[in-house]
Ligand binder design. Structure first.
Ligand SMILES: [Zn+2]
Ligand SMILES: [Zn+2]
Ligand SMILES: [Zn+2]
Length: 140
């Protein structure tokens, strides 16, 4: 059973309805390599002929957030974007020109630095977020 199907089966067993739009939105988030805004999600739905009104899109996003299927990204730029609940700790490259976002994993160094900072300042982090803002390959 694929991840999408096991998530949907989980909803069903909790008594949540499996509407066509809910199924499509779960599938889109799970298959998307990059985070999506509500507007981008809507246009992907249109592409596969699933017509959903804006209120439903936002309601589904809230529902999937509460079910930990997706998470909202903490970019302080006022634009809300969501991605599937990550199974790996990672960071983001955000293009300030075209708003594209890429997920990246850091190897070692920075994560090690965190431990050092915590120790030196006697601070216990619960989570950290870090994104790099700049220009993507297309926008340079
Ligand atoms: Zn760009
Ligand atoms: Zn990501
Ligand atoms: Zn990190």
């Amino acid at each position: 059973m694929g991840l999408t199907n096991s998530i949907l089966a989980g909803f069903q067993s909790k008594g949540y309805r499996l509407t066509a739009s809910r199924k499509a939105i779960v599938r889109i988030f799970l298959n998307s390599k990059a985070p999506l805004s509500a507007v981008e999600l809507n246009s992907r739905l249109k592409k596969i002929d699933v017509i959903v009104n804006k209120t439903t899109v936002y309601r589904e996003i809230d529902f999937l957030k509460s079910q930990k299927v997706i998470r909202e990204l903490p970019f302080g730029d006022g634009k809300k974007r969501y991605e599937k609940w990550p199974d790996n700790h990672h960071h983001h490259l955000v293009c300030i020109s075209c708003d594209s976002i890429e997920c990246i994993e850091l190897t070692g160094c920075l994560e090690k630095e965190e431990k050092k900072i915590m120790k030196e300042n006697n601070f216990k982090t619960i989570k950290h977020s870090l994104e790099f803002q700049g220009l993507c390959a297309k926008c340079q």
